[in-house]
Structures are given as C-alpha cells and as structure tokens.
Design a protein around this ligand. Structure first.
Ligand SMILES: [Zn+2]
Length: 326
C-alpha cells in the first residue's frame, strides 16, 4: 500500500477509534486558528516548537500561566534566541503578559538560553529551580537577572506541592536532596525537575531531560507515575524512556520536543512508547503541540498537519519518510 494512502487510512482509523479529538483538517481546508482560545474550566498544555530544546506552557482553569523552560538562546545549532523568536511571541498571541511561575527544569542551554529574554519581555511572579550547582555564565547571569528584578526564587525537591490553582494537583517527583552521585555526563540531566500534574481524570508527567538513572530513582521513590500524557524526556533521546519507566507511566500520548538533530530521535524510546500504545507527536514534524482537557476527556491539536506517528510505522525514520511522502 502506498505510504500516503496508508497514512490517511491510519489517521481515519485513529480519529474513529480513539476517544480523543485529533486536529484532522482536510487538506486544503482553511486552517482553523491555532492554538485557539481555551474554554472555561479547561486546562491547556502547549509544547511550543523551539527546535531542539524545551518550552512548555501550562494554562490552568484558574487562569494561571506556568512556563517550564524557554528554549535555547543563540547557538550554532539554534536558529536564534528562542525566547525572542518563539516563546514570547507565542505567549503574547495567547494574551499572556505575566508568567505566574517560571520553572527551570535544569540549567542546560537548550532549556534556559531563551529565558533571559522571556524575563525581560514578560512579567514573572516566581521562579522555581532545583538549585543544582551550575557554574556556566548563562546560568549565573540568569540568576543575577532574577535577583536584579526582585523575582521570588524558590528551590523545590521531591515531594513538594506546586500551587497551580484550584482543581490542579502538581507534585515534584524529583530530584531529592541526596542524589548527588551520578557520573559527570548524566548529572545535570538527571537533576531535572520532574512534575506530575493531575486535573480530574487526566494527568501529565513532565520530565525535563531526565535520563535512565533519574528515571530509575523516580520509580524507586514510589510516587504514582502513571500518566495520561508524557512529555518525553531528553527530546526523545535513547538516554531516556527506558522500557520499565515507560511501562510504569503507560502514557496514551507522548509529546516529544525536538529539532532536526537525528541523534536525539532514536528508535528505542519510540519502540518502548509504542509497546504501551502511546501515540507519539513530535514538534519537528508537527510544530507546536497543544493538549486541552476538561478533566474528563482530552484533545491533541497540532500546528501542522500530517506528523502523527502512524501505528504501523516501524521506526522514527519511517515515520519521517511517511510524513514527507504525505
Ligand atoms: Zn535538553
């Protein structure tokens, strides 16, 4: 069967079978406004397309705006300051001019490089950080800017509850105070702040760039991790999304924030996610990803059509080929 036809049939079957609304406009149909406005009582999660990096906006039913990370800054591999190019324009388009809580998942450049711009352009009421000691100039400058602006700064740890507003429970699952033991390469990623958020019957897990050592510790800590939606760790890299972690989370939907850096989209995480039945959405294929929920059901909308990972695709590579064929 030709890939295009297979993709269309797969998408049709998915739309009919699964109890979620997937944004499936017919080719050539006028594009609906994206991301659209949130209805009352809705919680919305936006995985903003920042190329290689992370920037996730959570809008709660109480009207709170929480931003986890802000994409990269200027770099050889980045198209520019993603705070300036992507995050600030996206938030302004949504009418967001003040961020109630800005969360630093960890202090790597693809997560904090765009943050200074976000802080300078938008109001920020509070910054949440793991406080993992990091000596890079970018991180030190960021802390200095937070101090200069007088923004309350809080370190959080495993077990802390974050105030996301009425009806939304958000708990920090990682890191703890006593985990400074991993090898150098894995350390910073493995100190990513991990948050599980629940709204009614729909739950989300945000894992930053957590790698396999961190995933193991999260499982050992014993908090519930099962979640409807998983923001996949470390841009879909093979360092993360181990079989045991993915089996415990058992997500229905997996959101991958990644750019066109092939080494970060390996097949093993994908296989693990597919094994538990997760539908995978990637920002490099679909652009910005938006999940809306009223606490009972949820929908996934995407900025661009056609990047849904077909159930029959054997690998990331094949999904990409099919995407291009379509
Ligand atoms: Zn990263």
């Amino acid at each position: 069967m030709r890939p295009v036809r297979y993709l269309i049939i797969s998408a049709a079957v998915v739309c009919l079978v699964f109890p979620v609304r997937i944004h499936c406009a017919a080719p050539g149909a006028p594009a609906a406004a994206f991301p659209g406005t949130a209805a009352g009582g809705e919680l919305t999660v936006h995985v903003i397309d920042v190329g290689h990096g992370d920037a996730v906006l959570i809008q709660t039913p109480d009207g709170k705006n929480i931003l986890i990370d802000s994409g990269a800054g200027e770099a050889v591999w980045s198209e520019g300051d993603m705070g300036e190019l992507a995050v600030v324009p996206y938030l302004r388009e949504l009418g967001v001019h003040v961020i109630d809580m800005l969360i630093i998942s960890h202090a790597h450049y693809d997560h904090i490089g765009g943050m200074a711009t976000v802080i300078k352009r938008l109001g920020v009421r509070e910054v949440v950080d793991s406080g993992y000691p990091r000596t890079t100039q970018v991180y030190q400058d960021l802390l200095e800017l937070i101090r200069e602006k007088g923004i309350p700064y809080r370190k959080v740890r495993k077990g802390d509850i974050l105030s996301f507003g009425a009806g939304v429970e958000a708990r920090v699952l990682h890191p703890s105070r006593t985990e400074y033991r991993w090898g150098k390469r894995a350390e910073i990623n493995n100190y990513s702040i991990v948050i599980r958020m629940e709204y009614g019957e729909v739950s989300f897990l945000f894992t930053g760039d957590l790698e396999k050592e961190g995933e193991r510790d999260v499982l050992r800590a014993g908090y519930p991790v099962r979640s409807t939606i998983l923001k996949v760790g470390h841009h879909g890299s093979k360092t993360s999304s181990t079989g045991s972690f993915v089996s415990a989370v058992r997500p229905e939907v997996a959101l991958v924030s990644c750019g066109e850096r092939p080494k970060f989209t390996r097949e093993k995480p994908c296989r693990n996610l597919r094994r538990v039945g997760a539908r995978i959405y990637r920002t490099d294929l679909r652009g910005t990803l938006v999940v809306r929920t009223d606490g009972k059901s949820y929908s996934v909308e995407t900025e661009r059509e056609g990047g849904y990972f077909p159930a029959g695709a054997a690998s990331w590579g094949m999904a990409l080929l099919w995407e291009r064929a379509a």
